[in-house]
Design a protein around this ligand. Structure first.
Ligand SMILES: Cc1cc2nc3c(=O)[nH]c(=O)nc-3n(C[C@H](O)[C@H](O)[C@H](O)COP(=O)(O)OP(=O)(O)OC[C@H]3O[C@@H](n4cnc5c(N)ncnc54)[C@H](O)[C@@H]3O)c2cc1C
Length: 369
């Protein structure tokens, strides 16, 4: 089934051909993107996609962002995830909540590809229940001082700026949380460990330590105490991006499945291909629906959760069937079917697990109490 055409989708296809596909296996063996791939991505214009042109953005809307992420992800989920995090949950929130000075210092270099962004919400003890986070900040005169730890942070070690969440007092719950822009090299900020993962290899993931990281008052993004609102608004758009990344892996796995089935056709394989085709079509329709709502300027909370939930599960189902069709060779590293299955497993977890998407949808459909 054909994806809708567009200038940015075409640009992403050309980029994949020259800058990603030749390195796809090398990326899968690495714990971060090879420097040549990252520098080509910085120069591609994709890092400013959907961001305001007056701050260095390169144009395009939510549909273009989703199209580019899908195309990149069909070749390398690691490259797509780096870009999804940079755009949706690092640069976009600065564009929405930032002051003119923060946009000058961070948004413009992010949009121009000179900076890479990261989003640091999850902690070693806190994931889905983000309101319970423990990284603390205190005020010392005009300064904010952050102490704590962050876990599973994408782009962390290479990022030039990390949108980081901390609480004034855990007893205040969600009202205690504020968002801060932590620049690379801030004193007291260190990488505690690089994480080696099952899938999405080549996408850098790390645990961070914050030990009395002193920031000026200009590091606060959005009003004090509104940090969770900043995080949730970023994740709303981010989920459409993750759904598009999952769609890319689902599509690539499906194409591999068709190739394998054609090479040795049997009726049971035709049935597997037919079921996967329907699954992929449904995932695409839900991603398109979420994108259409974002294009119309709506937050698309339900549509984004629906698309993220379905596309990430569909990617796992399709990759799993491709793995089965490929037979024993799929168990060897270097096999595409092997990589698709490992990469697909990440999407139901990141930016809100499947169960959290169900909670969001259930509360919207039935009411909270
Ligand atoms: C590769 C990768 C990259 C990541 N990148 C980032 C990043 O850049 N920035 C960042 O901040 N985080 C990042 N994360 C973290 C990710 O967002 C969290 O892993 C996710 O939010 C889940 O949190 P958790 O792992 O602590 O699981 P938990 O919250 O401990 O959940 C464990 C299980 O319990 C289920 N569960 C939890 N609460 C409920 C409930 N109320 N009802 C029903 N089921 C529930 C969950 O669905 C899950 O299956 C990344 C994770 C991975 C794996």
């Amino acid at each position: 089934m054909e994806a809708s055409p567009g200038r940015w989708r075409e640009a992403a296809r050309r980029f994949v051909e020259t800058a990603v596909e030749p390195h796809a296996d090398e990326i899968d063996r690495a714990d971060r993107l090879p420097p040549t791939v990252l520098s080509e991505l910085r120069a591609s214009g994709f890092m400013g996609l959907g961001l305001p042109p007056e701050w260095g953005g390169t144009g395009g809307g939510p549909g273009d962002v989703a199209a580019v992420l899908e195309e990149l992800s069909a070749s390398s989920a690691a490259v797509a995830t780096l870009l999804a995090v940079h755009l949706s949950v690092a640069a976009q929130p600065i564009s929405v909540w930032g002051t003119a000075a923060q946009k000058t210092d961070f948004l413009r270099p992010l949009a121009e590809g000179r900076f890479l962004g990261a989003f640091a919400l999850t902690e070693p003890e806190v994931g889905s229940d983000a309101g319970a986070l423990r990284t603390r900040y205190t005020r010392e005169g005009d300064a904010f001082v952050l102490t704590g730890a962050k876990m599973f942070i994408t782009n962390a070690a290479s990022a030039d700026v990390l949108l980081t969440f901390a609480t004034r007092d855990p007893a205040l719950g969600r009202k205690g949380i504020s968002a801060f822009l932590v620049p690379k090299g801030a004193a007291g900020f260190t990488i505690a460990q690089h994480l080696v993962k099952l899938g999405l290899r080549g996408s850098e993931t790390a645990e961070l330590a914050l030990d009395h990281v002193r920031l000026g008052s200009d590091a606060l993004l959005g009003p004090e105490g509104e940090g969770l609102r900043v995080a949730l608004s970023a994740l709303g758009g981010g989920r459409v991006g993750i759904a598009a990344c999952a769609l890319g892996v689902a599509r690539a796995a499906f194409e591999e499945m068709v190739r394998l089935a054609k090479a040795d056709p049997e009726d049971w394989k035709r049935s597997v291909v037919a079921r996967s085709y329907v699954d992929l079509a449904a995932a695409r329709a839900l991603v398109d629906q979420a994108v259409a709502e974002r294009e119309a300027g709506r937050p698309a909370i339900e549509a984004a959760s629906t698309a993220k939930l379905y596309a990430s599960q569909a990617a796992m189902r399709i990759a799993n069937k491709t793995f089965e069709l490929a037979g024993p060779p799929a168990s060897r590293s270097g096999s595409r079917a092997n990589r698709y299955l490992r990469d697909a497993r990440v999407f139901p977890i990141v930016e809100g697990t499947t169960e959290i998407q169900e909670l969001i949808l259930g509360r919207t459909l039935i009411g909270r109490e």
